[in-house]
Design a protein around this ligand. Structure first.
Ligand code: SF4
Ligand code: SF4
Length: 388
């Protein structure tokens, strides 16, 4: 039996669908140039996909047809040689349509496999975000901002070819730099992108992540009912009623925390989260009314606290808030947990204001959203400067 290679691409639905599909296709084409057959397929994309919901593409390649048949006989690979993460906020975990619970970003990696991520962060900032893994793995960072686009547009910031160059470096048995460069020339008809792949290949550095590094918290999971426990027909349980909130300082009970889906939390959908300045909030209720996912908890003192287990990061609350700077969307990588902002503010108001100022200091431009023709072309020079 020959050798089977598997690569997964973990991406955000809609915003990165074409990026993931392009990567998966080019991986198979590059291997094919070297006589290795393969297939590329998407998983966990709803139809239509939902904005930001984590999803996966897989590329499976083998040294011969029979081995590929064996690989194809499985629904999907149980382990992969390379995981590609095209948004570093997914380092916190992946909650997809396809399973209950949170999957660590490194879960499918073989011992010693490589996790390639596009990020402007350093390894020491990224490693604590990912869950611990029992076996060591390699981490490779392709320097750049997260590449997002829309359903009908593609942001050609070279993320695709830079990742392809990185794969040639970390797994040369899959395909060589020369092979993937030829695919890039054939597919994209530009020498510039072939050069970008080469620069990524030459610059890529990897670090080893050991089992004692990373987030030690066990990711949440749920027991699936076995067939004896399933009810007849299709039964969708309603969301349970919520309950009152408790003021952490006075102990007073009041307000309302709505019941929420216990087995699909949604926060892994988010690349940005809202942070609220309770000192300037005028309790107008607009964020609470307009949040498409009913994410706001109503506090006993009449404020609106974005529940960060449930928030999918759409940004509507920031858009509708009538007070300038009262709700600000900030990048998700700054946060270690989903704790209540209101509780933190109630316990230590001046300390909260210090945190708030730090969170909104480096407010990035909106990470996704296409507003006008030519927008991406305008953004590209700054992105190429960030990539160095
Ligand atoms: S970003 Fe705001 S409006 Fe959107 S889901 Fe989160 S809390 Fe609701
Ligand atoms: S929209 Fe702004 S001002 Fe109004 S309740 Fe929400 S946070 Fe407060």
């Amino acid at each position: 039996m020959g050798r089977l290679f598997a690569v997964e691409i973990v991406y955000r639905g809609i915003f990165q669908k074409k990026l993931a599909a392009n990567l998966s296709r080019a991986i198979v084409l590059a291997a094919h140039r070297e006589g290795k057959p393969g297939i590329s397929f998407g998983r966990y994309g709803d139809s239509p996909e939902r904005n930001g919901i984590p999803a996966k593409y897989f590329a499976i390649v083998a040294t011969d047809e029979l081995t590929l048949e064996e690989g194809k006989a499985k629904y999907e690979p149980k382990e992969v040689d390379v995981s590609i993460c095209v948004d570093d906020t997914l380092f916190k975990g992946v909650e997809s349509w396809a399973w209950y619970g949170l999957q660590p970003i490194n879960k499918l990696l073989k011992p010693g496999g490589t996790l390639i991520v596009t990020s402007l962060k350093e390894p020491e900032e990224l490693i604590p975000m990912a869950h611990r893994k029992e076996t060591p793995f390699q981490l490779a960072i392709v320097k750049g901002s997260t590449s997002f686009s829309g359903l009908w547009v593609y942001k050609d910031d070279h993320t695709d070819v830079r990742i392809l160059g990185a794969i040639a470096k970390v797994l040369p048995e899959l395909f060589s730099l020369a092979s993937v460069q030829q695919v890039i020339r054939d597919e994209w008809k530009t020498e510039l992108k072939a050069t970008s792949a080469q620069r990524s290949f030459e610059r890529l550095q990897t670090v080893t992540v050991t089992p004692d590094q990373g987030n030690p918290v066990e990711p949440y999971k749920f027991e699936m009912p076995n067939w004896m426990e399933m009810r007849e027909g299709i039964a969708i349980p309603g969301i349970p009623l919520g309950g009152k909130m408790k003021d952490p300082v006075t102990g007073e009970e009041g307000g309302w925390k709505p019941g929420r889906n216990a087995v699909f939390k949604k926060w892994a959908t988010r690349t940005m989260r809202p942070v609220v300045d309770f000192e300037t909030c005028i309790k107008c209720t607009l964020c609470w009314l307009q949040c498409p996912d009913s994410c706001f908890d109503v506090t006993p003192d009449g404020f609106y606290d974005a529940n960060l287990e449930a928030c999918c990061g759409c940004g509507v609350c920031e858009a509708v808030c009538p007070v300038a700077g009262c709700v600000t969307m900030v990048n998700e990588v700054q946060f270690k947990d989903n704790a209540s902002q209101w509780e933190e503010w109630r316990k230590d108001k001046s300390g909260y204001q210090v945190h708030l100022a730090a969170w909104i200091k480096d407010r990035p431009q909106r990470s996704h959203g296409f507003h006008h023709r030519g927008q991406y072309q305008e953004e590209l020079p700054a992105e190429f400067a960030r990539q160095g």
